[in-house]
Design a protein around this ligand. Structure first.
Ligand SMILES: [Mg+2]
Length: 417
C-alpha cells in the first residue's frame, strides 16, 4: 500500500512543474492574496440594510416538498417575497419556522432585518443554531426578495453589485464514482459547458482518515488532472475526513497536482486542527465553514486564521444577512469568501447575488454538476452554464419565479397576525 502510494506521489511529482506554473498563472502565486484591510473598513453590512418600509409582515407561509421548503412572506400592503429554508429535512425546519421564528417576525417591519435576525437568535438561546438558523434563512431570504421587488432592484443591486455572468466551478458530489469515470465526466463537461474549474471529493465524509476504498484519493487526483489538463483549476473537498497529519500528507499530494483549494480537511468543529493544516500548506488555500452558523465561532475561526477561504452557506448560516456579516468579518481580516452552494435549489441563486456584490468574493461560485430530482422545476428561469459562467438573475429580488405548479404540489402551512 505504502509503496503504491509513493509511486503515485512520484508520478504526480513529475508533472508538478507544469501544473504549478498553470496554477500560478491562473490563481496568483501561493495562497490567496490578502485584501487590504484599510479598504475593507469602508464596507459595512448595516449600511446595506433597508430603512423603515412603513409595512408590517402579515403572513408567513411554507411550502414543503421532498428536501425543500419555500417561504412566502406577505405584508399588510400586499407586497410579497419568496425565500428558502435550508434543504434536507426541511419539514423539520418548516415546523421550527412556524413555532420558533414566526412569533418574532409577524407584525414587524419587513426591512428590519438586523432586529429580526438578532431577536430570532436571542429568543431561541436554548435552541442554538442548526434548525433555528435553517428556518431563519427562509424568512431572511424572503425578506430580501420582498425588498428587491418593492424597490425594483435585484438583491445583487441592493448590495451594491451589478448582475452579470460569474465564473462557476463544477462541483462533484460523488465518492462512489471511479477515478477514470470522474476524469471522463469532468473533461466532457469542460468541453460541453466551458467549465474552467472543478471540485472533486477526497477521503470520506467524517471518515476518520478512511477513503471510499483504499487508494481512491491518491489515484483520483492525478487521473483527473491528466484528463482535464494543466489549465483547469482543480479544487478538492475532504468533508471533515482527516486528522491534521493525514490532512497535511494529502494536502501536499494535492499541491503536487496543482490543486488550489483544499476544503474541510479536518472535522469542521476542530478549528485548531484545521488551523494547523492551513499553516502547514503553503501553496494551496484551505477552505471551510459551510456547516458553521454561530457568528461568534466565525469570529474566532477568522481571528485564528483557521482557513484561507471562508465558505458560509446562505441557508445553513441563517440567511443572506448573516452571510454578509461573515463576509464583513472575513473582509476585515483580509480573507476571501466563496459561499457553499452544493445544489441547484435557491441556495445557488442566493450565492450568485452575494458573490456579485461582496468586496471579498473569491473567483468562482460553487455550482453542482449532479442532477438532483428534488431541485427540478423549482423556479424559472433555470440557471445555465455558458462558457463556464452562470448569470446572476437580474430581475427584482432574487430574479427568479418559483413555479406555481411546484408550490401547489407542496404541503402548505401558514402563520399570520
Ligand atoms: Mg464542502
Amino acid at each position: 500500500m505504502k509503496t503504491n502510494r509513493r509511486k503515485l506521489f512520484k508520478v504526480a511529482g513529475v508533472a508538478a512543474g507544469g501544473l504549478l506554473l498553470a496554477r500560478d498563472q491562473a490563481y496568483g502565486l501561493g495562497k490567496s492574496i490578502p485584501i487590504s484591510t484599510d479598504d475593507a473598513k469602508g464596507w459595512s453590512v448595516d449600511a446595506l440594510l433597508g430603512k423603515d418600509s412603513g409595512m408590517k409582515v402579515k403572513t408567513l407561509e411554507t411550502f414543503t416538498k421532498n428536501q425543500l421548503s419555500i417561504v412566502r412572506v406577505t405584508t399588510d400592503s400586499g407586497a410579497e417575497g419568496f425565500g428558502q429554508i435550508a434543504p434536507f429535512d426541511a419539514d423539520i425546519s418548516a415546523t421550527i419556522l412556524h413555532r420558533k421564528i414566526a412569533p418574532h417576525v409577524l407584525g414587524k417591519d419587513p426591512y428590519a432585518l438586523a432586529m429580526i435576525n438578532e431577536t430570532c437568535i436571542d429568543r431561541n438561546l436554548k435552541f442554538p443554531w442548526s434548525f433555528v438558523c435553517r428556518a431563519l434563512a427562509g424568512v431572511d431570504t424572503a425578506l430580501w426578495d420582498l425588498r428587491g421587488k418593492v424597490e425594483k432592484k435585484s438583491v445583487c443591486e441592493l448590495l451594491g453589485g451589478t448582475p452579470r455572468a460569474l465564473p462557476v466551478y463544477g462541483s462533484s458530489m460523488s465518492r462512489s464514482i471511479t477515478p477514470e469515470d470522474e476524469a471522463k465526466r469532468l473533461a466532457a463537461l469542460r468541453d460541453s459547458h466551458g467549465f474552467t474549474a472543478f471540485k472533486i471529493r477526497v477521503g470520506l465524509e467524517a471518515g476518520h482518515n478512511k477513503d471510499a476504498w483504499p487508494g481512491r484519493t491518491e489515484q483520483l487526483v492525478p487521473t483527473v488532472r491528466r484528463a482535464i489538463g494543466p489549465n483547469i483549476m482543480l479544487l478538492a473537498d475532504a468533508n471533515s475526513c482527516y486528522t491534521p497529519d493525514k490532512a497535511i500528507e494529502v494536502g501536499k499530494m494535492l499541491e503536487q497536482n496543482g490543486v488550489v483549494h483544499f476544503e474541510e480537511p479536518c472535522p469542521y468543529w476542530e478549528y485548531e486542527w484545521t488551523a494547523q493544516v492551513t499553516a502547514a500548506l503553503k501553496k494551496l488555500d484551505v477552505a471551510g465553514g459551510e456547516q458553521d452558523n454561530d457568528l461568534a465561532q466565525w469570529r474566532r475561526m477568522i481571528a485564528m486564521r483557521a482557513m484561507d477561504v471562508a465558505q458560509p452557506d446562505v441557508c445553513y448560516v441563517g440567511g443572506l444577512t448573516r452571510t454578509l456579516r461573515v463576509a464583513q468579518m472575513a473582509h476585515r481580516a483580509g480573507m476571501k469568501v466563496v459561499p457553499h452552494s452544493a445544489n441547484l435549489s435557491m441556495v445557488t441563486v442566493f450565492s450568485l447575488h452575494a458573490m456579485g456584490a461582496i468586496p471579498n468574493a473569491g473567483r468562482y461560485v460553487e455550482y453542482t454538476i449532479e442532477n438532483n430530482d428534488w431541485t427540478n422545476e423549482l423556479f424559472e428561469p433555470v440557471l445555465r452554464v455558458r462558457d463556464g459562467k452562470v448569470s446572476i438573475p437580474g430581475e427584482p429580488g432574487w430574479g427568479v419565479t418559483i413555479s406555481k405548479k411546484w408550490l401547489e404540489s407542496a404541503e402548505r402551512q401558514i402563520s399570520s397576525v
